[in-house]
Ligand binder design. Structure first.
Ligand code: NAP
Length: 287
């Protein structure tokens, strides 16, 4: 039997609709218009597309687009000064430094200049620490969006076996911590995992975030499992994920497509984080 599709495009549209209502309510109540400052350095075509979509959808949700664009040969210190200025600017609710940066620039120290309260990408060391400790904070957009997609199926994470393939700071690492926070029994697989198929096929929920096209096939999937494909790869025949979709959909209970699965949710979650940040900053300013 074929798996049910998890329609990330539709769910993301619903989330953005709720964000737009929230933006309107905040503006009417406090006069605050949430502002998203995206910073793009250089001319990487994929990054340009991602940033353009983030700006367009932020504007559609009623937010202020406070984009900055810097040349690829900009000094690290210039980006640092820009982030520090945005950190102090009350019109800026959220700051997002688009990755990857051009060669020669070091993203880690720059990201850590973003105050946790404006860290709408959830990638600073402080935000990661808050997540690790289970304390309130802004969560990384992609794994947070994945949790929304799992919830949309009605699947109960409590006590379920979850396997995350990948342990990066961007996706796999925080993904595991978010699932643990929902009381899943979490296993993290990575490039040194022995017998990935044996580990992955124990999962009630399988998150593929390895960045390897077609890594996950039928042999990795337990019948009826929820399969979430985070991978995005541009190929001659279009976008593909880490999951061999046609093969796995015959076994899984639920599956995300690529495109139209996790990708749209990442942006919707960024916008949700931005309005949350704006609410918190408005409250802090009021006291
Ligand atoms: P990454 O930094 O390259 O990390 C990949 C992780 O997968 C690493 O932990 C690596 O293990 C593990 N891995 C690599 N090959 C493996 C294998 N054969 N078996 C098991 N594990 C393996 O990538 P990332 O930034 O996390 O991104 C992962 C994928 O998600 C990419 O395709 C990326 O384009 C996509 N992505 C999508 C979105 C979205 O919005 N849809 C957002 C972000 C990323 P080691 O740690 O041992 O090296």
């Amino acid at each position: 039997m074929s798996a049910q599709l998890i329609d990330g495009t539709r769910i993301a549209r619903e989330v953005r609709g709720r964000v737009a209502e929230d933006v309107k309510a905040l503006r009417e109540r406090t006069g605050v218009i949430p502002g998203l400052a995206t910073i793009l350095v250089g001319e990487d075509p994929a990054s340009e597309v991602y940033v353009r979509n983030k700006r367009r959808l932020a504007t559609e949700a009623g937010m202020a687009d406070l984009h900055r664009h810097l040349d690829a040969d900009v000094a690290q210190s210039t980006i640092a000064e820009m982030i520090l200025a945005l950190a102090l600017d009350d019109a800026v609710s959220g700051i997002l430094l688009q990755l990857p940066l051009p060669a020669g620039l070091d993203s880690g120290p720059l990201i850590d200049l973003i105050p946790a309260i404006k860290d709408v990408d959830g990638l600073t060391t402080l935000s990661a620490g808050l997540l690790a400790r289970g304390l309130p904070g802004l969560r990384p957009c992609t794994p947070s969006g994945v949790v929304t997609l799992i919830d949309s199926t009605g699947f109960d994470l409590n006590g379920a076996n979850a396997v995350v393939v990948g342990r990066s700071e961007l996706v796999g690492g925080p993904m595991g911590r978010l699932l643990l926070a929902r009381n899943a029994t979490v296993t993290t697989a990575h490039s040194r995992t022995r017998d990935l198929a044996a580990v992955a096929s124990s999962a009630d929920v399988l998150i593929a975030a390895a960045g390897v096209p077609g890594l996950i096939g039928a042999e990795h999937v337990k019948p009826g499992a929820v399969v979430i494909d985070v991978g995005i790869h541009r190929t001659a025949s279009g976008l593909v994920g880490d999951v061999r979709f046609d093969e796995v959909r015959e076994i899984a209970g639920w599956i995300t497509p690529v495109p139209g699965g996790v990708g749209p949710m990442t942006i919707a979650t960024l916008l949700a984080n931005t309005v949350t940040a704006a609410h918190i900053q408005a409250k802090l300013r009021a006291v």
